[in-house]
Design a protein around this ligand. Structure first.
Ligand SMILES: [Zn+2]
Length: 660
């Protein structure tokens, strides 16, 4: 839905928050910075120690632990893992009391004569947990420090107006990478230059015993680096070809947006099987986490080809330009996700386009990804009750929703489905302008220098990351400036739809159509191999996970409502024991689908449900089905034009500087 629905009560709530912020007594603006000392020497034991010195004045003081984490789009601050909290002031212990309603707020009374409060706390990094920055962040060999995990801040000022001086101590021999600038280094650790709380929380550190810093700009400004930390020496081995592709990514992003809004950029990449795989965007860096062999294993290279491009795009789309509802001034004010189809959806589209333009994805793989996305969204019955926009509004609850019944619940579909919608928008701009304009022109206007930021300031080390907020109306207006069209209704129709099929107009409009064949989809197959599951959702209608050894049963992850498996009564959560009387494996299951083609006997699945065994007879005879894109020769191949490279690393960096 559009921004026009932003209610008056929301504005009233914002005004109330502003009033409360002003009503609390806070130290004058020229007070010394907050000091934070983080000790990661016990990170391999999953304990992060921190001490803070917070300037304060006598009287009541409230300290907050960050709750609404930028980029995570939800109240995900891992408050349960904040432990060992002790406060002192003027050399004496201070009693604290947690707020009875806000679990992230701690109240205390600063004694007369005191001018600061000292805080010591421990963050317990989980060994195994779902989630993003609050998920496992340390192994025996590496750690990723998102500063929001280990700090408190005083109530009373937005994060832009609080200054922190951070120091960090690492296990002996570990090296680190970060977008923060180093003030001094000694045997006791490293001290970073003073930054605002906003920038500190926006500037994670990656560190490890196996560390490698790879320059990607080759002496040109701004500087870009790839900071690798892995669980082994092999993990941080990167080929010259991979370095060239990531350097090309830097160049292609410059050619796309026409301006950069940072002084320098660090891709942080943790390579471990003991941290969750995800990416978290920041303005001048990104926190990327992937399996230990991501740079070595061809299947993992396919799956993670767009990880760094996606997070990099966020520096423009998400950080520099951000939906007004996702701008939280203090990590306490709730965020609103209704424009995540732009924040995440356009980023998903551009991340894959840039991966293809920079050589991280071949054109064939790019099309296989699109085919897979189009096919699974087109076979998603949840879309008949839940419009796409609701997946964005409900992002904060959907991120950690279970796999079971995802096809009926829907998931964070505003990533993949918006990919299709922005492709369609790109194709329409190209068509309406007779090939003179494209979505690239929108990006240049909306995310480049003309958006209102001061790109030249990015060269200064004192640069403060700018944010230019936007609304739905701003998106529509900027699209109309590129190519006049009914963009408002184009987007609303796709956001509000409860039609049974996915928006596939972008595929057709760019000269391709979705087809199915018995040949495995390359992107899907890479994921099946790397993640140990089998996906026959386009034939039988089930996805099965192989948990441990071959002797174990397979866990039914999802069943597509209306599919042959669903009609036979199969449900997620059951365990697949045997197929046609033979112990199950992915190959046995696929062979049964092949063998049943054209026959009349049902496929028999023996399933265990909480200790009871039952045979389900699945009446399916259509053979294996996997999605692909097929060229429609009656239309121009716009898809080929969209993913065609636009820049070369050497030429672009020089040009870009002049055009800024
Ligand atoms: Zn993202």
């Amino acid at each position: 839905m559009s921004d026009k629905l932003k209610s008056k009560s929301y504005l009233a709530a914002a005004a109330l928050v502003a009033f409360l912020l002003l009503a609390v007594s806070v130290p004058a603006k020229d007070t010394p910075p907050i000091r934070i000392r983080v000790d990661l020497r016990e990170a391999p034991r999953h304990i992060f120690h921190a001490q803070l010195e917070i300037p304060a004045v006598p009287g009541p003081l409230t300290l907050f632990y960050p709750q609404w984490i930028p980029g995570e789009h939800g109240p995900t601050g891992p408050i349960a893992d904040l432990t060992g909290l002790k406060l002192t002031s003027a050399g004496k212990p201070l009693v604290w009391r947690r707020d009875a309603v806000n679990m992230y707020a701690f109240h205390c009374e600063v004694p007369a004569g005191a001018d600061s409060v000292e805080v010591s706390l421990d963050y317990l990094s989980p060994g195994n947990a779902e989630g993003f920055s609050g998920s496992p962040a340390a192994t025996a060999q590496l750690a990723v420090l998102e500063w929001n995990l280990v700090l408190l801040y005083p109530q009373g000022r937005p994060s832009d107006e609080l200054t922190y001086v951070a120091t960090l101590r690492l296990p002996a021999g570990w090296k680190f990478g970060t977008a923060l600038e180093v003030a001094r280094e000694s045997a006791d650790g490293v001290e970073f230059r003073a930054v605002t709380l906003t920038t500190l929380v926006d500037s994670p550190v990656i560190a490890g015993a196996y560390f490698r810093g790879v320059p990607l700009s080759h002496g040109q400004t701004p500087e870009h680096r790839l900071d690798l930390a892995g669980d082994s020496a092999a993990a941080v081995t990167i080929s010259p070809q991979q370095v060239a592709s990531y350097a090309q990514l830097v160049a292609e992003a410059g050619a796309l947006f026409g301006a950069r809004h940072y002084g320098h950029y660090d891709f942080l990449l943790a390579l471990s099987d003991h941290v969750n795989s995800f990416g978290l965007e920041h303005h001048q860096s990104s926190d990327n986490r992937a399996p230990e062999r991501m740079l070595l294993d061809p299947n993992l290279q396919v799956i993670f080809a767009d990880l760094l491009p996606h997070e990099f795009v966020h520096s423009w789309n998400g950080k520099y330009r951000r939906p007004r509802g996702l701008l939280s001034p203090d990590y306490q004010q709730p965020m609103r996700g209704e424009l995540l189809w732009v924040y995440e959806g356009l980023t998903e589209y551009l991340g894959e386009v840039l991966a293809a333009r920079s050589g991280l994805l071949t054109p064939e793989l790019y099309r296989e990804i699109l085919a897979w996305v189009a096919a699974y969204l087109d076979q998603r019955p949840g879309r008949t009750w839940r419009p796409l926009e609701d997946t964005a509004v409900a992002a904060q609850v959907l991120y950690n929703a279970r796999d079971e019944w995802a096809s009926w619940r829907r998931s964070v579909d505003f990533y993949d489905e918006s990919n299709l919608i922005w492709l369609e928008a790109d194709a329409i701009i190209r068509r309406e302008s007779q090939g003179r304009r494209s979505l690239d022109d929108f990006c240049r206007r909306f995310h480049g220098a003309s958006a209102g930021g001061d790109a030249a300031a990015a060269a200064s080390s004192a640069f403060r990351s700018p944010v230019v907020p936007y609304t739905f109306d701003d998106v529509v207006a900027a699209m109309n400036e590129i190519a006049p069209y009914d963009w408002r209704n184009f987007f609303l129709a796709r956001l509000d739809s409860t039609a049974p099929h996915a928006p596939l107009g972008g595929l057709e409009g760019s000269g391709w159509r979705l087809v199915f064949s018995e040949t495995p989809n390359e992107r899907l197959h890479a994921a099946e191999e790397a993640r140990n599951f089998v996906n026959v959702q386009f034939s039988l209608g089930v996805i099965v996970k192989r948990d441990n050894s071959d002797k174990d049963g397979g866990r039914i992850l999802d069943v597509i409502p209306g599919s042959p498996a669903a009609q036979a009564g199969v449900a997620p959560g059951l365990t697949l024991v045997a197929v046609n009387g033979r112990h199950w494996s992915p190959d046995v299951l696929r062979a049964a689908v092949r063998d049943a083609k054209g026959g009349s006997e049902p496929i028999e699945l023996l399933l265990e449900n909480a200790g009871y065994y039952k045979t389900y007879r699945v009446d399916y005879h259509g053979g294996e089905r996997y999605p692909h894109l097929e060229r429609d020769a009656s239309r121009p191949d716009l898809l080929g034009q969209i993913i065609h490279p636009r820049a070369s690393p050497a030429a672009t960096a020089g040009k870009e500087k002049r055009s800024d």
